[in-house]
Design a protein around this ligand. Sequence first.
Ligand SMILES: C[S@@+](CC[C@H](N)C(=O)[O-])C[C@H]1O[C@@H](n2cnc3c(N)ncnc32)[C@H](O)[C@@H]1O
Length: 391
Amino acid sequence: MSEKSHRLKQIILAKIQANSDKRITFAEFMALALYHPDDGYYSSGQVAIGAEGDFFTASSLGPDFGELLAEQLAQMWLILDYPKPFQVIEMGAGLGYLAIDILNYWQSNYPNLLQNIEYSIIEESPSLIATQQEKLQSWREKGIGLSWKNWSDLANHSVTGVFFSNELIDAFPVHQVIWQDDQLQEIYVGENQGELIEIIAEISTPELLNYFEKVQIKINESDYPDGYRTEVNLQALDWLHRIAQKLKQGYLLSIDYGYSAQKYYHPQRSQGTLQCYYQHRYHSDPFVNLGLQDITSHVNFTALENEGKSIRLETLGFTNQGLFLMSLGLGDRLVELSTGKFSVAEIFKRRDALHQLIDPTGLGKFGVLLQGKGLSITQKTRSLKGFSPER
Ligand SMILES: C[S@@+](CC[C@H](N)C(=O)[O-])C[C@H]1O[C@@H](n2cnc3c(N)ncnc32)[C@H](O)[C@@H]1O
């Protein structure tokens, strides 16, 4: 075991020992494994996204994803009637590629937008903030409105613009529950002879039961097999509440992999959606490679939509990433590759990246959820390019 994994394991074991029940929830375990300030996966300065790393994200494949997204954000600026400033808040910015691609695109195509932009990043990991600031150094020197913020820096009902994220919600720590002995129980993390083990006991909070009510799922003995396990992302709901509280007028755009509640909690999906990524291989054991591997779970889009509705964050559109990017002009980019402007090597690389972005078995099947708040009827009904039928 690496030194880092060993250190993190000791930290987790100490947390377990400090607890009177000698156990922590899986969500507490996952928060430590991913976000412990020194040794968590996302905090250690070693997060590797892209070909050399543990996993790809759309923005690590090249600038196309960010540029097409920038086109969508620019249309939102227009629909909001060119607010000054136009606030764009990226949550969970990883290595900062998306911000760079978006700002570069606006510089070439929407210089007026750039004059009126207030681009903020909300990022959990201090070491990723340092990486992002280094990568965006030239943009910081240009004197445009670019800053890193905490939630408390944003006054309530102050934001006119867009909150957006790519592959953020899947990285939130989740509770794990299990249907066992005819009741819904929770999976905790405990210790046996110095090793991390699962402990099954009563659920830790009634919010877990409320969650299933909110998404109208009844886990019961007639439909679900004994041992059925799944995840509940309570943090996603808290996050949604924060956004609704800060947003005065505008949009929330969330891109991630996931399902509707019906599919997510289908009885046949009996082992849940938890996945660990280590050097482009995935598996389901969160207790190995501690601090060196990513741990994720799929997003329940129904939960985001239902909770959003109850706090005036209305669903305005839902599509998949393939259709979203095609509607924003990805097809034109593919056609452009055959115009003789590019070298053969460039053509192969770009074509591969563009195909990966819309691959119906991969990134292309990600969900793209658009929610809005404080919009007029006219604004609400203006169809956004990414959600219109493919051009
Ligand atoms: C899977 S990475 C995605 C990075 C990037 N969006 C991309 O497309 O490459 C998840 C990112 O979300 C950040 N993150 C996780 N929880 C967060 C939270 N509660 N608030 C802000 N950022 C968070 C992580 O540190 C990381 O930067």
